[in-house]
Design a protein around this ligand. Structure first.
Ligand SMILES: NC(=O)c1ccc[n+]([C@@H]2O[C@H](COP(=O)([O-])OP(=O)(O)OC[C@H]3O[C@@H](n4cnc5c(N)ncnc54)[C@H](OP(=O)(O)O)[C@@H]3O)[C@@H](O)[C@H]2O)c1
Length: 479
């Protein structure tokens, strides 16, 4: 009997091809399949010597090449194509076989697919994969959902090919059905927020302190040796140092300032709204991209009045880069705190048992938001598993309190000079909102009761109340 594959990959565009090569390089025999045969052939031709591949040119051939229980990784365009591929393979599989969707699916689709396939006796594992094509080849961060049982066979393979940090694999079973894709979605939302905060830091250093892009690159390189040490800071320094060959200008000045998006940031915000979780840092980052891309609106607004932009001088200039570092750090803590609260809320809504410290730990390698900082998040949840927000954990609390004078000063400088800092500003507003003893929400409740008889609760008595606002004496009654 010919040798069988321990896993198969269908969908051999850039991600699937690299994931298949990564598996083969780790000694696993990999069955290969793609809708159009050319991709399968070219993978074997170019990289066949990297390991054991079994190319298959029909769905049946692919399924027959796999040892049982069969494990099929689907890596195709998310949405309809994923459903089409599932329907192609599911009828050929037997109870206990595992279908993995490693594409960027919406977690609600993953929940739907998992339920439907479970009823057919199959395991469906929606898996978040982060790290782009480079990660897929050399070690991504992997976030599998689905049943615990499926992780028993799949987990060792995925842990094997994932990134490693301090010897630990950047892969863990996240939780049932759509938990993996949910966590990947929030990862991407946090990535949006992190990128926006870094971009605002650049804008401030240039607009308020007059630094050139190459000088700002040096500032980021210095920051990358401290608590902000991360992949995103590292690549930002490289991008800022880069000079456009055609014009001799800084690369950042020849790129159109309209940030694009593929949709996972938008999903994160939509789900944040559905769950009632204030993820304002992520939302502002998504909106900032939308604003940047609103070219007609921006053209119409050119010339609207603003303050004069006299750059900083003297002591304010001297400390500004350090102040921005503090503001960036504090705002970043807020963005991550909000993202982890969203995961908590998703877990409680959908009944997932998610280990938040472990999530932080598998994001330390392979993925776009990999950073030293994530160690501190893991430690925070280890110290206090029921932590309500990262902001109240010992280390973060002190660091943010220590940063707040600089943070406030940077935000007020931005406001005075008319430099837009939606990320920094919303993070600070969230921090102040969260720590406030009383919020003006009491007045909002009064307004709601006034126009809509929506009732309110009192601070001194149980129950709901309504005031008869239209009457002379405005009597209050329980409702
Ligand atoms: N690119 C990244 O950095 C990245 C990172 C993480 C996750 N992802 C996710 O990974 C998945 C794959 O990404 P990708 O960039 O490698 O590829 P992609 O461009 O999203 O998709 C191309 C692949 O999908 C197949 N396909 C499309 N429609 C199909 C259908 N109706 N039936 C069967 N196969 C179909 C294509 O087959 P043909 O060759 O026959 O056209 C090809 O193999 C996506 O869900 C993506 O969102 C991507």
């Amino acid at each position: 009997m010919s040798k069988k594959a321990s896993i198969g990959v269908t969908g051999l565009a850039v991600m699937g091809r690299n994931l298949a090569r990564n598996l083969a390089r780790h000694g696993h025999t990999v069955a290969l399949h793609n809708r159009s045969e050319e991709r399968t052939r070219s993978l074997v031709e170019q990289f066949g010597d990297e390991g054991d591949f079994i190319p298959a040119y029909s769905a049946q051939e692919f399924v027959d090449a796999l040892e049982r229980p069969r494990q099929i990784v689907i890596m195709v365009k998310a949405g309809g194509p994923t459903d089409a591929v599932i329907e192609e393979f599911a009828p050929l599989l037997e109870p206990g076989d595992v279908i993995v969707d490693a594409g960027n699916a919406h977690f609600a689709d993953t929940r739907r697919r998992e339920k439907a396939l479970r009823e057919r006796g199959l395991h469906f594992v929606g898996t978040g994969v982060s790290g782009g094509e480079e990660g897929a080849l050399n070690g991504p961060s992997i976030m599998p959902g689905g049943s615990k049982e499926s992780y028993e066979s799949l987990g060792p393979l995925f842990e094997d090919i994932s990134a490693k940090v301090d010897g630990e694999p950047c892969c863990t079973h996240i939780g049932a059905d759509g938990a993996g894709h949910f966590v990947k979605m929030v990862h991407n939302g946090i990535e949006y927020a992190d990128m926006q905060l870094i971009a605002e830091s650049f804008d401030l250093l240039r607009g308020a302190a007059g630094y050139a892009p190459a000088e700002i690159a040096d500032v980021f390189r210095t920051w990358n040796t401290g608590r902000l040490d991360s992949y995103l800071i590292e690549i930002t320094a490289d991008v800022l140092k880069h000079v456009d060959a055609a014009t001799g200008k800084p690369f950042v000045d020849v790129v159109e300032d309209a940030a694009e998006q593929k949709g996972t940031g938008r999903w994160t915000v939509q789900i944040g709204l559905d769950l009632g979780v204030p993820i304002s840092g992520i939302a502002e980052a998504v909106f900032a991209r939308s604003l940047s891309g609103s070219k007609p609106l921006r053209s119409a607004a050119q010339g609207l009045g603003g303050p004069s932009r006299a750059p900083l001088t003297g002591a304010a200039l001297e400390t500004f880069a350090d102040d921005v570092e503090q503001a960036l750090y504090a705002s970043k803590v807020v963005a991550y705190a909000q993202g982890f609260n969203q995961i908590q809320a998703g877990a409680s809504e959908y009944g997932w048992d998610i280990d938040l410290g472990r999530v932080a730990s598998i994001w330390r390698g392979g993925c776009i938001i990999r950073a030293k900082f994530l160690n501190d998040i893991t430690a925070a949840y280890a110290d206090e598993p029921g932590l309500p927000t990262l902001l109240t954990s010992g280390g973060f609390r002190k660091a943010v309190e220590d940063a707040q004078d600089s943070w406030r000063s940077v935000v007020s400088t931005a406001v005075k000079l008319g430099i837009p800092t939606p990320g920094f500003s919303t993070a600070l507003a969230y921090y102040d909102g969260l720590r406030a003893d009383r919020l003006p929400a009491a007045l909002v409740q009064g307004q709601r009761d006034y126009f809509g008889a929506h009732t309110y609760r009192r601070v001194d008595r149980e129950g709901s109340f309504h005031t008869a606002w239209a009457t002379e004496d405005r009597t209050e009654s329980p409702s």
